[in-house]
Design a protein around this ligand. Structure first.
Ligand code: PEP
Ligand code: MN
Length: 346
């Protein structure tokens, strides 16, 4: 359900609180013209109270039976905040999971170039144990003179790859005019780094019934990423995966600087899963595995990597794509490291 207004107060119900007591708090909030956002956790239920802070302050919520604590939500992000839902969110897509012990291994080409390239990569990553297939049909390219993606035809090829391999699809939506087509085909809608603050697009995918993979903009702070996620969740779509993919710094030896510290920071701040894209951060194939290892060790809930049957012929991002022939070894190493961190490939 879409949320109108900002959740300002957190009402933590005691572990013994009954459904009736929870209902009573919700009803009292409604009576006062406020709304409730109820999150039922394993330990306790947490109610976010949405309304004017001044009005909420006048309600004697602490005295209600079953209420343990009432706290203000001080962070600018509310629905995505770990305060509101202290337990990690697990995102499930066609029986694949990301979050809370489930590690997502998303792999595939940067771009759908043609049918054979996409299908062959899909089979390679599937055989190596990838949980989802990535691939762009609509591509955000720095230069208008480079390959811009196959568009709708690319979506059809991706759909065929899914039908053959059974892997759920992660593909990028760039333009509100393509919402219908992308939402229909994708299993996870990717919002790319360049569109992280395209608020219109965020609101659109917030109304969609598909999970969203939201990439951090190269010059966006972690807090701005969380605020962007808040735009999506506010519209009713709570299934958001955050992705650190490198930020712009003065360093030139890598394409971007992977902000590995953002992983534990985000994991503290939000209940949403956090994954890492070492391919776009590195920009070079030899660094993808070390950065992916760092991501696992930092506590990421998954990685998204680019794989191509012949990277030297790739129409986009060739230098960073892992050759198909090397992917099984790569995946094997990630699986072992994830297990060390207490995670299973979801
Ligand atoms: C991508 O994943 O295809 C992509 C373009 O990445 P980013 O938006 O992070 O640059
Ligand atoms: Mn790419």
């Amino acid at each position: 359900m879409a949320v109108n207004g900002s959740p300002e107060l957190l009402i933590v119900m005691g572990a013994q609180a009954t459904p009736d007591q929870i209902e009573e708090v919700v009803a009292r909030l409604a009576e006062a013209g406020a709304h409730a956002h109820v999150t039922a956790g394993k330990e306790a239920t947490v109610i976010g109270a949405i309304g004017e802070r001044e009005l909420l302050a006048t309600l004697p919520l602490e005295g209600f039976p079953g209420v343990e604590r009432v706290l203000p939500i001080l962070k600018p992000y509310k629905l995505v905040s770990s305060e509101l839902a202290p337990e990690p969110t697990v995102i499930e897509v066609n029986e694949r999971r990301i979050g809370d012990g489930y590690f997502g291994l998303i792999a595939g080409p940067c771009t759908v170039e043609h049918r054979e390239q996409t299908l062959s990569t899909a089979w390679t990553v599937k055989a190596a144990g990838a949980t989802m297939l990535r691939g762009g049909a609509f591509k955000p390219r720095t230069s208008p003179y480079t390959f811009q993606g196959l568009g709708l035809e690319g979506l059809e090829i991706l759909a065929e790859a899914r039908a053959e391999t059974g892997l759920p699809l992660v593909t990028e939506l760039m333009d509100p005019r393509h919402v219908e087509a992308v939402v229909e085909t994708a299993d996870v809608i990717q919002i790319g780094a360049r569109n992280m603050q395209n608020f219109l697009l965020l609101s659109e995918v917030g109304k969609a019934d598909k999970p969203v993979l939201l990439k951090r903009g190269p010059s966006a702070s972690a807090e701005e990423l969380l605020m962007a996620a808040e735009y999506v969740v506010k519209e009713g779509n709570a299934r958001v995966i955050l992705c650190e993919r490198g930020i712009r710094t003065f360093e030139r030896s890598t394409r971007y600087t992977l902000d590995i510290g953002a992983v534990p920071v985000l994991k503290q701040e939000t209940h949403l899963p956090v994954i890492v894209d070492p391919s776009h951060a590195a920009g070079r194939r030899d660094l993808v595995l070390p950065l992916a290892r760092a991501a696992v060790a930092a506590g990421a809930d998954g990685i998204i990597v680019e794989v191509h049957p012949a990277p030297e012929e790739a129409l986009c991002d060739g230098p960073q794509q892992i050759p198909s022939a090397d992917f099984a070894e790569f995946a094997g190493e990630i699986r072992e490291l994830a297990a060390l961190m207490g995670k299973v490939i979801g």
